[in-house]
Write a protein that binds this ligand. Structure first.
Ligand code: ATP
Length: 465
């Protein structure tokens, strides 16, 4: 079982402190969300899993953290100033503004039972292109229309990687094929944000640019498509809620020769099967476009420099063949927030207890669970039990994220931990004072086992693995 719809996760998130609507006390801000205590832990665990898998467990990928605000010329030569736009229409009737290719994601403001464009009253203008980059100005003296002070918040992390290609190459001494990985915030002034954290104007990306010889690009591209499809399953997302989508010719970005998206079933409630899916990540073969466009050397057919501003050449010299060329780039680009949403939806289950009550269990992989173990005193009015439970929490904390909780009866405390995905609860009772043992309860089976306190850390670590 997984969540029946995104709304279920929205309410769980708010109730339990994963994600809150941002600026709530001032009426909110459309698509902005804040990550609470559990949400920030879950996001950090997702990012660590990605980083560990790519940067630590392989020998051919370097990490990077580039600036959010970069020289405007980056976005001129990357093509974003001219082409990073979405088609937009206005409705003359309701005065709503919509992204033409995503009408199915928004309701008609006047008739919420149908999507925008589906009511007979909808009266759209001709589509026009709207650039998604957020503008800002640099420097204290800057005035708003001062062109020389214009800068953008990055709409993707990738360009920071391309412009640092030589810095990384020269300092890491990597040889092709190799990759550069980066996690960070990106900003897009989306026409129609929505569906909770699925589409927001401020979001986080996990992008890796893998540089290859042109002749190896197609095969390595396929390798990363398969690798990421499997990786999401190692995070606990079930295969039946994942699928691959091959972008068609007119969907491809101007620089890409092939792009495959990994889709997740974010909208299981939709009757039309095809509309249940949307993009979790994209994996593109970007050819040599990026390194070439940021290089000072390449010329067009008339011998004119393509880039008259760059001071460096981002080509690669192959020691073996003594050839110089521009590597192709394979880009697996995933969103942290969309991954988090897919993981929450997929982990969501309900179970009925012996009193006939429905309980929510978040079956998160232990690696991702915000809290690994909750230590609970059976009687909070008994100082020896409380002291023992607090000491156990303190002893476990250096090895795993542990919490102490005594704010309810034991049944309520268990239910709360199940709902936030804590794999284990440890209960200290009257007997514990005599036999130095505690009860360990498993989140998924609700089975309980007695474990000696001296063996508790090893026991939990083994089971968390
Ligand atoms: P879409 O077609 O949904 O607008 P995209 O194809 O423009 O997405 P990419 O440019 O390929 O997205 O970005 C890579 C990843 O970054 C996406 O697969 C998604 O996970 C994430 N992402 C992109 N835009 C947003 C957004 N507005 N909010 C949240 N995540 C996003």
């Amino acid at each position: 079982m997984s969540a029946p719809n995104i709304e279920t996760i929205v309410s769980l998130s708010k109730r339990r402190g994963f994600v809150f609507p941002s600026s709530d006390i001032y009426g909110g801000l459309g698509s902005s969300w804040d990550y609470g205590g559990l949400g920030v832990e879950l996001a950090n665990n997702i990012k660590s899993a990605w980083w560990r898998w790519l940067v630590y467990e392989r020998d051919d990928i370097e990490g990077l953290d580039s600036s959010i605000i970069q020289n405007r010329l980056v976005w001129k030569y990357s093509g974003h100033e001219d082409t990073f736009s979405d088609p937009l229409v206005d409705c003359r009737n309701c005065h709503g503004r919509f992204r033409t290719d995503k009408l199915q994601d928004v309701q008609c403001p006047n008739h919420p039972s149908v999507h925008a464009g589906e009511s007979r009253e909808c009266d759209f203008t001709e589509p026009r292109q709207f650039n998604l980059m957020f503008k800002t100005t640099i420097g204290a003296a800057a005035v708003e229309d001062d062109e020389s002070a214009l800068a953008y918040l990055r709409p993707e992390t990738a360009q920071g990687i391309f412009i640092d290609f030589n810095n990384v190459l020269n300092t890491s001494r990597k040889k092709l094929p190799f990759g550069i990985a980066q996690i960070g915030k990106s900003f897009r002034n989306e026409v129609t944000p929505g569906n909770f954290i699925f589409r927001t104007r401020e979001f986080e990306q996990m992008e890796m640019e893998y540089f290859v010889r042109p002749e190896d690009a197609a095969e390595i591209h396929q390798f990363w498509i398969d690798a990421f499809y499997e990786w999401f399953q190692t995070l606990g997302i079930s295969a039946e809620n994942l699928k691959l989508y091959e972008q068609t010719g007119d969907e491809l970005a101007h620089y890409a020769v092939r792009t495959v998206d990994i889709l997740y079933r974010y909208f299981p409630e939709r009757a039309d099967q095809e509309k249940q899916w949307d993009e979790l990540m994209g994996i593109a073969n970007r050819t040599d476009f990026d390194l070439k466009t940021h290089s000072k050397k390449p010329e067009d057919r008339e011998g004119k420099r393509l880039n008259s501003d760059s001071t460096d050449d981002l080509s690669y010299f192959d020691e073996q063949t003594k050839q110089r060329f521009y590597p192709f780039v394979i880009e697996p680009a995933a969103g942290v927030n969309r991954t988090l949403l897919a993981i929450l939806m997929d982990a969501y289950t309900e179970k009925t207890n012996d009193k006939g009550e429905t309980r929510v269990i978040l079956k998160l992989k232990p690696e991702l669970a915000p809290i690994k173990v909750a230590v609970l005193p059976l009687a909070k009015n008994k100082p020896e039990i409380v002291a023992m439970a607090k000491q156990i929490k303190k002893d476990l904390q250096p090895s795993m994220r542990a919490v102490y909780d005594d704010t309810g009866g034991i049944g309520k405390l268990y239910a709360r931990q199940d709902e936030i995905g804590t794999p284990f609860c440890v209960t200290v009772d009257h007997e514990s004072l005599e036999d130095n043992a505690v009860t360990v309860r498993d989140r998924d089976s609700w089975e309980q086992e007695r474990v000696n306190v001296s063996e508790l850390k090893d026991y939990l670590q083994k089971r968390l693995r």
